[in-house]
Design a protein around this ligand. Structure first.
Ligand code: HEC
Length: 203
C-alpha cells in the first residue's frame, strides 16, 4: 500500500510534471523553453524494461560462471560484467542505469542523500505480492525509478550471505577491500536497480 502512494494517476503526474518543470526552469534561470519530459508512465515502463534486462543478462552471466568455474572465478565475472551491462543499457537508453546498495560491494554504488527516502521504502518492503517492489519519483529535474533486489539463498548466499567459504571471502576482500555486502539473510533488501532520467538534458 505504501508503495502505491507513489503511483500518481496520469492526470496528476502531468500536472506535477508541469509544475516541477516550471519551478526547475525558474530556479535554474533556464530559458530554453523545452517541452516537459515524457509522462511518468512512459519513463516507468522503459525503466522497468531496462531493469528486467539488466537482471536477466547479469543472472545469465553469473549462473554460467558459477556452474562453469565456481564462485571464486565468478567474482571477477561479476566485477567486469555488472558495470559493463549497466554502461551498455545507459548508452542505449540515454538514461543512467545502475545498481546501488546501502551495504555495497562496489563503492561506486552508494546511496546519495536524495535517494534515501526511496531506498528506505524498498528496505521496508523489498517484495510486494512475491515480486520485487518498485518505486518512482520526480526529484528536481530528474525522474527516478528504483527496483528492489531482494537477497536470495541461491546463488547469492555464496557471495553475500552469512557463511561465506574462506576462499570466496579472500577473493572478495582482494577485489573489494572496502566490501560491506556480506551477512545478508534471504528476503532482506540486498540492493536496488536505479534508473535516472534528467529531464533537463533530455532531447
Ligand atoms: C560469485 C559471487 C557473487 C554471487 C553469487 C552474487 N554476487 Fe552480487 N556481487 C558480487 C560482486 C563481485 C559484486 C560487485 C560488482 C561490481 O563491481 O559492480 C556484486 C554486487 C552486487 C550488487 C550491487 C550493489 C553492491 O553491493 O555493489 C547487488 C545488488 C548484488 N550483488 C546482488 C546479488 C544478488 C541478489 C545475488 C543472487 C541472485 C548475487 N548478488 C550473487 C558477487 C556476487
Amino acid at each position: 500500500m505504501m508503495l502505491e502512494m507513489n503511483r500518481t494517476p496520469r492526470g496528476n503526474s502531468i500536472r506535477n510534471l508541469m509544475t516541477v518543470a516550471a519551478l526547475a526552469s525558474a530556479l535554474s534561470g533556464c530559458s530554453e523553453g523545452k517541452e516537459p519530459a515524457a509522462p511518468d508512465d512512459a519513463f516507468v515502463a522503459e525503466a522497468e524494461a531496462l531493469t528486467a534486462r539488466f537482471q536477466s543478462e547479469l543472472q545469465e552471466a553469473l549462473s554460467n560462471a558459477m556452474a562453469e568455474t565456481g564462485p571464486v572465478s565468478a567474482i571477477s565475472v561479476c566485477q567486469a560484467t555488472a558495470p559493463a551491462i549497466a554502461q551498455n543499457l545507459s548508452l542505449e537508453s540515454g538514461f543512467s542505469v545502475g545498481r546501488i546498495a546501502r551495504r555495497n560491494r562496489n563503492p561506486g554504488g552508494s546511496i546519495s542523500g536524495d535517494f534515501e527516502p526511496l531506498y528506505a521504502q524498498l528496505e521496508a518492503t523489498p517484495t510486494e505480492d512475491g515480486v520485487p517492489a518498485a518505486v518512482h519519483a520526480r526529484l528536481g529535474d530528474r525522474q527516478v525509478y528504483m527496483r528492489a533486489i531482494p537477497m536470495q539463498e541461491q546463488p547469492c548466499a555464496a557471495c553475500h550471505g552469512t557463511n561465506i567459504a574462506p576462499e570466496v571471502k579472500a577473493a572478495i576482500d582482494g577485489a573489494y577491500p572496502e566490501d560491506l555486502a556480506t551477512g545478508f539473510e534471504p528476503g532482506e533488501l540486498r540492493g536496488a536497480f536505479l534508473v535516472e532520467m534528467s529531464t533537463s538534458t533530455e532531447e
